[in-house]
Write a protein that binds this ligand. Structure first.
Ligand code: F6R
Length: 607
C-alpha cells in the first residue's frame, strides 16, 4: 500500500519522471521504494527498503534506460519491509514486472499452485503471485494482453496493479478492483497512478479508472477495458483545476475529511484479513488466563469496545487498561500467565511500548494490533495483526479507529467460532453483516454528512458538550468526546449514561447539547429513560439512532440516523462516523484547522 505510478513517454527517460512522481507522495510515509523500466527487450529495475533519494542513489535508478516504466512506494501489509518484499516483483524469467497497492486475498492458494508447478518466489508478498501467474499464462502461448485478462479473472481482493512485460514492450497495463487509479493524459505522454498529485504538475487532464477495469497505456493513447468481458469503455478526459495541495487531499479541504470518507475503502481492506492471522491470534486469546487490552487515546477506546465484543460474542473476559496506567495499576500482578493485547495505530506510542516492555520483562505474552508493519510494536509482539488502513495523515485518528474495531470484531467472531459460542446460523449471519460494513459506512457518510454539518453549525458556540451511551456504545461516546476535544478544544464529558447521576446531570442546563448514542440493542429501553431525564433538565438532545427509531426521534432535538439491524459487535463502526464528522465540521465552522490540532502530534513517542 501507499502508491503506484507508471508512465509511457513519447521521448525521454521514464526513470526521472517516476522519481519526481514518487517524491510527491513521500510525506505520507512508506518503508520501501522500487522502479522498473523496459528497454530493448529487458526489464531494468531497482528496489529496496529506505528513502526514495537513498534507494535511487544506491541503485542509480535515475539512469535506468527506457521511456516506459513504473514505480512504487510500499507501506508493508504482507511481509516485512525488506528488500525482497519491495516492489516491483518479477516472474522467474525477469520478463514481467508488477507493482501493487492493496490486498490480493486469495494469494496463498495461487502461490501454492504456482510453487507446485515449479515457480520460485522471492518475497513474502501477495503481489508476487501476479507476475508468476502471467508467466504461466504466457507459457501457454497467450499474448500478453490475453494473459493479463486471464490473470485478472483469478485475483480476488481489493487492489490496483501496474504491469509491464518485454512481451509487449510498448504498452503499460493497469487494473483496479475496489481501489483507486487515475490516468493522466498529456500531449506526449500517458501517466497512470493511484494518486493524482503524482502527475498533476505535468497534466490536469484526468480519466478515472473504475473498479473492475483495466487501462492500457501507450505514449499517445489509452484504452480502458472491463475485466469481465474485455469490452472497451469509452471515457473522455476531464480537466481538474486542483492546486497540488488540494489534489493531495483528493479535492477534500482537509485530510481529516478525506480519511473519514476513506473508511468504506479501508474497511474493505480490513475485513479481508487472512484466516491464518485471525487463527493464530485467537489461539493465543483462547488460551490466555488473563487478558489485558492496553492502549492510549483512540486506541484505548477500541480496547473498551473490544471488551464488550469479546465478552458477549466469545465469553472471554478482558481488562481494558490505559497504557499510561498499566504499570501502576496492574504491574505487580503481571506474570507468565498474563497476556497483553496492545493496540497502537502507530506502533510507537511511548506509554504503550513502556507497558509492553514491562509486561515482557515479567514474562507475559505480548500480542499487537497496529497499522504499521515494522513498528516497534510488531517487533516486540509474539504475534501481531496489521490493520490494513494505510497511512493516516490527519492527526485525529478516524479511519484507523474503525479499522481497529473491524479487526477486533473479526477476532471476537473467530474466537466465538473456536469456542463454539455461536450457532451455525448466527455465525453465517454475523459474517454476512461483516461483509456489509464497508457499504454501510458509505451509506452513513452519504446520507448523514450534510445533516451532521447543520447540527455542527447549530451547536458550534456551545461552551461544553456531553456524550453518553450504554454498553458498547459508551466506547463510542468516549471516542466522540475525544474527537471533539482534540480538534475543537471545547470542554466535553463522556460517560456510560447510567453514570450521569450524580454529577454529569448537574451540568445539564437548558440548551446544553447532550449526545446520546442509541443503537437498538439491549440497552435501548434504559437509554430512553436517560434521555427523558436529560430532557427534564432542558438539555438539547442530539441522538445517534438507527433508521426509523421514531420513539427516540420524538424525544430528540436533532438526530442522526445510521443503518438499522447491525449486530451489536459491529455497531460502533457506523455509530462513530457521525461523531467524527461532527468534530470535523464543528472545527471548520469555528475557523479551526482540524488537521493541525494544538499540542498534538500523530504519535506520542516520548513520555
Ligand atoms: C486521537 C489520537 C490519539 C492516539 C493516541 C494513541 O485521535 O490520535 O489519542 O489515539 O496517541 O496512538 P497510537 O494508536 O498510535 O498508539
Amino acid at each position: 500500500m501507499v502508491g503506484i505510478f507508471g508512465c509511457v513517454l513519447k521521448d525521454g527517460k521514464a526513470a526521472p519522471v517516476i522519481y519526481e512522481a514518487l517524491k510527491r507522495l513521500e510525506h505520507r510515509g512508506y518503508d520501501s521504494v522500487g522502479t522498473a523500466t523496459i528497454h530493448e527487450g529487458v526489464v531494468h529495475f531497482g528496489k529496496d527498503q529506505g528513502r526514495i533519494d537513498d534507494v535511487y542513489a544506491r541503485y542509480a535508478l535515475d539512469a535506468l534506460p527506457g521511456r516506459i516504466g513504473l514505480g512504487h512506494l510500499r507501506w508493508a501489509t504482507h511481509g516485512a519491509p525488506i528488500q525482497s518484499n519491495a516492489h516491483p516483483h518479477l516472474d522467474c524469467n525477469g520478463k514481467v514486472a508488477v507493482a501493487q497497492n492493496g490486498i490480493i486475498e486469495n494469494y496463498a492458494e495461487i502461490r501454492k499452485e504456482l510453487e507446485d508447478a515449479g515457480h520460485v518466489f522471492k518475497s513474502k508478498t501477495d503481489t508476487e503471485v501476479v507476475p508468476h501467474l502471467l508467466e504461466a499464462k504466457l507459457k501457454k502461448g497467450l499474448r500478453f494482453e490475453d494473459a493479463l485478462r486471464e490473470t485478472l479473472k483469478r485475483l480476488e481482493g481489493s487492489f490496483s496493479l501496474a504491469v509491464m512485460s518485454v512481451e509487449d514492450p510498448g504498452r503499460l497495463f493497469f487494473a483496479q478492483k475496489e481501489n483507486t487509479l487515475t490516468i493522466g493524459v498529456d500531449d506526449d505522454a500517458m501517466y497512470c497512478s493511484s494518486d493524482i498529485p503524482t502527475f498533476l504538475p505535468m497534466t490536469n487532464r484526468i480519466v478515472p479508472v473504475e473498479s473492475g477495469e483495466a487501462a492500457i497505456l501507450e505514449a499517445e493513447q489509452f484504452e480502458i477495458r472491463k475485466f469481465a468481458d474485455w469490452s472497451v469503455v469509452s471515457r473522455k478526459p476531464k480537466e481538474v483545476d486542483w492546486v497540488p495541495e488540494i489534489a493531495e487531499k483528493e479535492g477534500y479541504p482537509h485530510f481529516m475529511l478525506k480519511e473519514i470518507h476513506a473508511q468504506p475503502y479501508t474497511l474493505r481492506s480490513t475485513i479481508r484479513l487472512q484466516e491464518e492471522y485471525l487463527d493464530l491470534m485467537t489461539t493465543f486469546l483462547d488460551r490466555a488466563k488473563e487478558l489485558f487490552l492496553v492502549a492510549c487515546g483512540t486506541s484505548y477506546h477500541a480496547c473498551l469496545a473490544a471488551s464488550y465484543m469479546f465478552s458477549k460474542m466469545a465469553s472471554l473476559s478482558t481488562h481494558p487498561v490505559y497504557a499510561s496506567e498499566f504499570i501502576e495499576q496492574i504491574g505487580k500482578s503481571v506474570n507468565i500467565d498474563s497476556t497483553i493485547l496492545a493496540l497502537s495505530q502507530s506502533g510507537e506510542t511511548a506509554d504503550t511500548l513502556a507497558a509492553v516492555d514491562y509486561a515482557r520483562v515479567h514474562a507475559a505474552t505480548i500480542l499487537g494490533l497496529t497499522n504499521v508493519v515494522g513498528s516497534t510494536l510488531t517487533r516486540v509482539s509474539r504475534a501481531y495483526i496489521v490493520q490494513q488502513a494505510g497511512p493516516e495523515i490527519g492527526v485525529a485518528a478516524t479511519k484507523t479507529f474503525t479499522a481497529q474495531l473491524s479487526v477486533l470484531a473479526q477476532l471476537a467472531l473467530k474466537l466465538a467460532e473456536k469456542r463454539g459460542k455461536l450457532s451455525h446460523v448466527e455465525m453465517e449471519h454475523f459474517k454476512e453483516k461483516l461483509k456489509q460494513i464497508p457499504q454501510i459506512a458509505e451509506r452513513v457518510i452519504k446520507t448523514e454528512e450534510s445533516i451532521v454539518h447543520s447540527i455542527a453549525k447549530k451547536y458550534k458556540d456551545k461552551p461544553y458538550f456531553i456524550f453518553l451511551g450504554r454498553g458498547i456504545s459508551s466506547a463510542v461516546a468516549y471516542e466522540g468526546r475525544l474527537k471533539l476535544m482534540e480538534t475543537n478544544y471545547i470542554p466535553s464529558m463522556a460517560s456510560p449514561a447510567a453514570e450521569m447521576e450524580p454529577g454529569v446531570i448537574n451540568l445539564m442546563k437548558p440548551g446544553s447539547p447532550v449526545f446520546f448514542i442509541c443503537p437498538r440493542d439491549e440497552t435501548r429501553r434504559n437509554i430512553i429513560e436517560d434521555i427523558k431525564k436529560a430532557k427534564a433538565e432542558g438539555a438539547s438532545i442530539i441522538s445517534v439512532i438507527e433508521e426509523g427509531d421514531e420513539e427516540i426521534k420524538a424525544l430528540s432535538d436533532d438526530y442522526i440516523q445510521v443503518v438499522k439491524d447491525m449486530p451489536e459487535y459491529l455497531c460502533p463502526i457506523e455509530l462513530v462516523i457521525p461523531l467524527q464528522l461532527f468534530a470535523y465540521y464543528t472545527a471548520v465552522e469555528r475557523g479551526l484547522d482540524p488537521d493541525k490540532p494544538r499540542h498534538l502530534t500523530k504519535a506520542v513517542t516520548v513520555k
